[in-house]
Design a protein around this ligand. Structure first.
Ligand code: ATP
Ligand code: FE2
Length: 326
């Protein structure tokens, strides 16, 4: 069985192709970017509409297969921005009809975890998922994927991008802040906001803004201190979830986890507690179609799924997903 998966929750329009043995055949994407940083949903939708056919065509070329060899179409049903999700769903419906193959909508956050399990061989990990809009600690417990911790306001990626805008260093901010932080030497104290299992970054951004405006701090030191503080918060909640669930594997996902300093801190925390840290390649940690294709395979492999209503689910919660593939 070969599945083509379509991702379109936010910035990225992606198409991935994978077979039921888990062999990657293609993973192509095109991402909408802005100079100023913020995502404008209707502009992102126009971007996706403009590139979708080409991305899918290139995925078929990379996979070296013809469209009629596809047996299943999957797409990211949510959570995400409605105007973006609709483009992926419409494309998926169109292809499924044209090729006369089944269609399945999947959950984006869970797909991040499942592709990580497939490619890193992690068995039952706690996922630290840190992207632009999402920041969640997810684990499989009692027959469901549950969120053990999350941000109470903004995703860490969007927070870092906003901080980079304040510093005037461009978009996307994550990689630029990382470079700047390498040159930072002095740790400047910032608010450290962990509430139970959750984190919050809004107050830290306000504090950073005040510090930038005061003109008394070096950009490098602020970037360094920001990373050290916010990443420590992520490590704390991830570690607490691991302890609570008694799991000894940590898996990383989401664009922010491409950050080498965050990876180093995750590795250290795992080593200290005798656990293992699994880090997929960057191109599967950021949003991608491959994870959607694999999730489609997982959910349809047994051919049991009833497909009645197929629609987008912009606010779909991870713990609302019925798990019947594990
Ligand atoms: P969603 O939240 O729906 O998953 P997204 O498009 O915001 O969507 P990602 O592509 O996973 O998600 O992540 C984007 C974030 O990752 C941005 O904030 C960006 O700055 C950060 N990022 C991407 N690459 C790197 C990198 N190499 N180092 C550090 N940060 C990075
Ligand atoms: Fe994502």
């Amino acid at each position: 069985m070969i599945c083509l998966g379509i991702e379109s929750t936010a910035h990225t329009f992606g198409a991935g192709i994978i077979d039921d043995k888990g062999k990657t055949l293609a993973n192509v994407k095109d991402s909408y970017t802005t100079v100023s940083g913020g995502i404008h949903p209707s502009e992102a939708r126009r971007h996706h509409e403009a590139v979708c056919d080409k991305v899918i065509e290139n995925a078929l070329i990379d996979a070296d297969i013809k469209a009629h060899e596809i047996n299943l179409i999957s797409f990211s049903q949510g959570p995400g921005l409605a105007p973006c999700l609709v483009v992926g769903m419409e494309k998926a419906k169109e292809l499924s009809k044209k090729l006369d193959v089944p269609l399945v909508g999947v959950n984006h956050c869970i797909a991040h975890l499942e592709i990580g399990r497939l490619l890193t061989k992690a068995k039952d990990p706690v996922l630290l998922y840190v992207s632009g809009a999402n920041t969640q600690v997810i684990a499989y417990e009692g027959g469901k994927y549950r969120i053990f911790g999350e941000t109470l306001d903004n995703g860490v990626g969007n927070f870092l991008d906003a901080f980079a805008r304040l510093l005037g260093i461009g978009f996307p901010g994550g990689p630029k802040i990382y470079e700047l932080a390498l040159k930072g030497k002095n740790y400047i104290e910032l608010p450290y906001v962990v509430k139970g299992m959750d984190i919050s970054v809004g107050g830290i951004l306000t504090n950073l803004k005040q510090k930038i405006n005061s003109g008394s701090y070096k950009k490098e030191d602020l970037a360094y201190s920001c990373q050290e503080t916010v990443f420590a918060m992520l490590i704390e909640v991830a570690e607490r979830a691991m302890a609570h669930c008694e799991k000894n594997e940590l898996l990383l996902g989401g664009g922010v986890c491409c950050n080498k300093r965050l990876q180093e801190m995750c590795n250290k925390m795992c080593n200290d507690r005798g656990s293992r840290c699994f880090i997929p390649l960057n191109n599967v940690m950021v949003d991608n179609g491959l994870m959607i294709a694999w999730q489609g395979i997982l959910e349809m492999r047994n051919g049991t799924k009833k497909l009645n209503k197929v629609d987008i689910r912009p606010y779909w919660r991870t713990d609302d997903v019925k798990v019947d593939w594990r």
